[in-house]
Design a binder for this molecule. Structure first.
Ligand code: NI
Length: 258
């Protein structure tokens, strides 16, 4: 049993064949998919999708790219979405200084407000970290991660960074890049991460694992991520699937039988 803890099935890339994607995911052993919202309207779509399919869940949050375009009062909207029974986390939230689509101070402000809201409503957080690991860690340390913890989604740092994140109460989520030949830091993290802190994801439609790199990604491919992680850890894919699924159920409080 696998859980894809970070997907964007609300993307138009799935307009034509969502049902087929879900069928392929089920055939690959994917028991649940968490669709991650990146702004208010997208989070509402993710919630609607979670209402339509029993094995889909949703999160609600403002991605750093969308921080500048978010209307005042967005926290009230997020709070309302957070109360929905199928919303299992807040996020994705964080910093993205690679593309800088929102000014850094705005990204930081919206990130901090969401961290506080997550603590207030008692939900875990999904963190997006691109290109400024130090700044992310500083903010997480200053604000603190709530009791429910959270996840560094599509982890892209090295092992020392992973250890600092785990100390803050975060899980480490591994995506398709672990299958790329040059990802030596990520392979090291996947091999050494304590088994009770590890999650798997696709971040589909992006980051398609080898050998399908360049094509659209989909939840069924989380099995390829699992196989690579298992090989790196010297465990069977079944063991990695089971422990990462248990971790996802625990972190997100999923109502799934294990
Ligand atoms: Ni994402």
């Amino acid at each position: 049993m696998l859980i894809d803890t970070h997907a964007h099935l609300t993307d138009k890339a799935y307009n034509k064949d969502l049902e087929d994607c879900l069928k392929r995911a089920a055939e690959a052993g994917v028991a649940a998919v968490i669709n991650v919202g990146f702004n208010l309207s997208n989070a509402r779509k993710a919630v609607a999708l979670a209402g339509a399919y029993p094995n889909l869940y949703a999160t609600a949050g403002i991605h750093p790219h969308d921080a500048a375009g978010t209307a005042r009062g967005y926290l009230e909207d997020l709070r309302r979405l957070a109360a929905h029974p199928r919303v299992v986390a807040l996020g994705e939230m964080g910093l993205d200084f690679y593309r800088n689509l929102s000014p850094p101070p705005v990204q930081e402000g919206v990130f901090r407000e969401q961290l506080r809201l997550a603590r207030e409503v008692g939900l875990p957080v999904v963190i997006h970290d691109r290109d400024d690991h130090r700044r992310i860690l500083d903010i997480l340390t200053e604000e603190g991660v709530g009791e429910r913890g959270g996840v560094m989604h599509c982890f892209s740092g090295d092992l020392p960074l992973a250890r600092e994140c785990m100390k803050l109460g975060l899980y480490i989520s591994i995506a398709g890049p672990v299958t790329y030949s040059k990802a030596s830091d990520l392979k090291e993290v996947a091999a050494a991460c304590p088994r009770d802190r590890l999650l798997l994801e696709t971040d589909c439609p992006y980051l398609t694992p080898h050998p399908f790199r360049g094509k659209r990604n989909e939840p069924a491919h989380v099995a390829l991520v699992c196989r690579q992680v298992a090989e790196l850890r010297g465990e069977t894919p079944e063991e990695v699937a089971r422990t990462t699924a248990e971790n996802a159920v625990r972190l997100f409080g999923l109502d799934l039988p294990l």
